[in-house]
Design a protein. Structure first.
Length: 302
């Protein structure tokens, strides 16, 4: 066994431990927003279905009703990777400090990727080119949403241009409660959580945490202290903010993340001619959203 290979064998376990340690130190925002599932399919398809009407008076048999066909969401797997070089001298002379720095950067790159993606649909909520694979073909925040093609509820809006304050939170929450299913019936969606970046962090905490209603002279109780939660995601851009129903958002009908292969500990390979080693991490995944009525979005005031 050559000196280089012997040193690498000694180092390999340490590299994996270093990566795992640095990876665990990173804040993970993706699980706060997405329903995560493993898949062994290159393409997953979710077919939406409409609602059914009210129960009917007994007329000698059960009153059966078919579902209306909803929009199909397609999750198509993609492969992603990142790697770093490790020169022969670093391993030969056991330059652990330099290797540690590079492994640290690789762990940070992995965490950064998924943290950026955690805010992807919020930051692109008005981008017509970003529809999450949903067959409706509309941006997440849109004034023309439907539950099913040609449903009786007609076009519905979950997009706003409001700054964050108590009155505007009430406006957006009331909109959620008035969202209708494809039969035209009120769904009463409880938008129970504020999602925003650091520009609205102070405001969100004041609205959700104070005993008295903030920013008013009257000494009245703050009804939102017990009713509202908040998630501060620093990867959400600027004044963009939204109201979500967490259960729906992460319940499979909202945001979905399909893992075919999660990035694990770095893999190592050495080039025969250059004797330069390479560490890499790779993964396969897809993501998107099935429905829109779990969220109301606002551009905020810049």
């Amino acid at each position: 066994m050559s000196i280089l290979i012997a040193n690498f064998v000694e180092l390999e376990g340490s590299i994996q431990k270093l990566y795992d340690r640095f990876d665990k130190q990173q804040t993970k925002y993706l699980p706060m927003f997405f329903n995560e599932e493993m898949t062994d399919r290159n393409v997953d398809e979710h077919l939406g279905v409409g609602s059914i009407g009210e129960m009917e008076a007994w007329a000698g048999q059960v009153a059966y009703e078919d579902f209306d066909k909803g929009y199909k969401t397609t999750y198509r797997q993609g492969k992603f990777s990142k790697g770093i070089p490790v020169e022969e001298a670093l391993i030969l002379f056991k330059n652990f400090s330099e290797i540690k720095k590079r492994v640290n950067r690789l762990a940070i790159s992995s965490a950064k990727t998924f943290n950026i993606k955690s805010a992807y649909y919020f930051n692109n909520a008005w981008n017509a080119a970003v529809n999450g694979g949903n067959g409706e073909g509309l941006s997440l925040a849109n004034a023309s949403h439907r539950i099913c093609p040609g449903d009786s509820a007609g076009a519905q809006s979950n997009t706003f241009a409001l700054e964050m304050n108590v009155d505007n939170i009430e406006t957006m929450r009331n909109a959620g409660k008035k969202f209708k299913d494809d039969k035209g019936h009120i769904m009463n969606i409880n938008l129970d959580t504020i999602v925003c970046g650091i520009d609205w962090e102070k405001t969100a905490k004041q609205i959700c945490g104070s005993d008295k209603e903030p920013y008013v002279a009257d000494n009245q109780i703050n009804i939102y202290k017990s009713e509202l939660k908040y998630i501060i995601n620093p990867y959400v851009d600027g004044k963009t903010w939204g109201m979500v129903n967490q259960q729906l958002m992460k319940g499979g009908d909202g945001l979905n993340w399909k893992w075919a292969r999660k990035p694990g500990s770095p893999e190592y390979v050495q080039d025969f001619d250059t004797e330069v080693g390479k560490y890499k991490i790779t993964g396969w995944w897809s993501h998107g959203w099935d429905t829109w009525y779990w969220v109301a979005m606002s551009t905020g005031i810049e």
